[in-house]
Design a protein around this ligand. Structure first.
Ligand code: FE2
Length: 203
């Protein structure tokens, strides 16, 4: 069964005014769809047809150092996986904050929620060129990490809790080159802490 483009849990305009409907439509319907379609084209007729997207990402990651075809597959499949995770990392504008054990762990690691937000913004701003900023569990430790291009924490032994896409296609229509302003909007209003909590508690 081919990999499918997941539908969003919210409407295209549900993240406004922080992310426009036009950005979301293009990001989901063109960029994410292209990663899904290209992954399907690359696995068609191979033993990976029928594997889950996560299995494909892991398989390609293990072999990419020696096989250029696997680098190609990794880039498409990991981008498909990262985007699926990204859509669930967001939700319509809300004042949600990390609660319970996750809230405690964030305060214990970063000092306070505002300090965490600053650290996440700095990491995401400083990620050179295209990539992703993540809150992950690394062993039992919470960490903020960034990955370049399609790279993803799931092939580095880390469990992602939340991610922010910092490819220009995620914000250029709305913020042009002002990535920090986009990050203020996402970190301040759109993060889905219920999703992060479920990921944290699944450890
Ligand atoms: Fe993206």
């Amino acid at each position: 069964m081919p990999i499918e483009l997941p539908t969003l849990d919210y409407s295209f305009d549900a993240l406004e005014p922080h992310i426009s409907g036009a950005t979301l439509k293009t990001h989901h319907g063109k960029h994410h769809k292209a990663y899904v379609d290209k992954t399907n084209a690359l696995i068609a007729g191979t033993p990976l047809a029928g594997a889950s997207l996560e299995e494909i990402v892991r398989h390609a990651a293990q072999r990419r150092a020696h096989e250029s075809a696997m680098t190609k597959l990794f880039n498409q499949a990991a981008q498909a996986w990262n985007h699926s995770f990204y859509w669930r990392s967001l939700r319509p504008p809300n004042d949600g904050k990390p609660q319970g054990a996750l809230g405690d762990a964030i305060r214990g690691t970063f000092g306070s929620l505002p300090q965490f937000a600053d650290a996440l913004k700095s990491a995401a701003t400083e990620q050179f060129a295209s990539g992703w900023a993540w809150l992950v569990l690394d062993g039992r430790s919470l960490r903020i990490v960034t990955t370049s291009n399609a790279d993803t924490p799931i092939v580095h032994g880390q469990r992602p809790l939340l991610t922010i896409d910092v490819w220009e296609h995620a914000y250029y229509l709305d913020y042009q080159n002002k990535r920090p302003e986009h990050l203020d909007a996402v970190i301040g209003h759109l993060l889905n802490w219920d999703f992060a909590t479920r990921n944290f508690e699944a450890r």
